[in-house]
Design a binder for this molecule. Structure first.
Ligand code: HEM
Length: 206
């Protein structure tokens, strides 16, 4: 049992600071002129990686909580999800501002033309309602069930993130395949949990 004060007063601020480290690190490297020969590509890829990592970390909270019995983990989930959104926004901005010079017609053309950009953009759009409804007030307004149903979009968003990565790599698919495997494990666990619950409920009714 972990005291509530310890979670709010120590753990949450700690996770917040740790989640900002990848961002601080890339900003530091940018100022130190240490982004390699193609700085825009480095920035774009780095922020894309962290978007996907935060999505998967957020999805891992519930399985971890169930397996370990550490129920306090749930209190970190909203922040981790919001960090996924934060990194997705930075990722999109590196693309839109640095790569496309915020040329809106060109960006729209690119979204329509290149399937991996289409999928990435759709995932970003789907993240917006989740970020907007992440507050306690919005959970109350929507009601637990509707809120939960809406937030199941995170599965689709994560699949979109992995497909986006798989479609953009040209030859070596090892890295996106690893993310796909982790995602399959996380989604598979949830499916198993739901089926187990349904079987038990049916058994109880019989
Ligand atoms: C949830 C949303 C998204 C996720 C999870 C995501 C994830 C990723 C990942 C993992 C990479 C590859 C990084 C690497 O090579 O190591 C990447 C690259 C990239 N993403 Fe995204 N992305 C998302 C949204 C977007 C959006 C909205 C755009 C633009 C409209 C975008 C444009 C790009 C581009 C241009 C690249 C680099 C392609 C290249 O270097 O060939 N992404 N993204």
């Amino acid at each position: 049992m972990v005291p509530r004060d310890w979670i709010g007063g120590v753990l949450k601020p700690l996770v917040f600071v740790v989640s900002l480290v990848p961002f601080a690190w890339i900003v530091w490297r940018a100022f130190a002129n240490d982004l390699g020969t193609n700085p825009i590509e480095t920035l774009n890829r780095y922020t894309g990686d962290w978007t996907l990592r935060f999505l998967l970390i957020t999805l891992a909270v519930t399985p971890l909580r169930r397996i370990s019995g550490w129920h306090w983990l749930i209190r970190l989930r909203r922040m981790l999800g919001l960090f996924a959104f934060f990194y997705a926004c930075v990722h999109f901005l590196t693309y839109a501002l640095l790569d496309q010079y915020f040329n809106l017609p060109e960006i729209l053309k690119d979204i329509a033309k290149r399937p991996y950009i289409t999928v990435g953009f759709a995932s970003l759009l789907l993240l917006i309602p989740l970020a907007l409804t992440s507050t306690n007030a919005m959970v109350r307004r929507l009601g637990g069930r509707r809120w939960q149903r809406l937030h199941r979009l995170v599965y689709l968003i994560s699949v979109g993130g992995v497909v986006h990565f798989l479609w953009l790599v040209k030859s070596d698919i090892r890295e996106p395949a690893l993310y796909a495997l982790i995602l399959a494990g996380l989604l598979g666990y949830r499916l198993w949990w739901e089926l187990r619950g349904a079987t038990r409920a049916a058994g109880g009714q019989a």
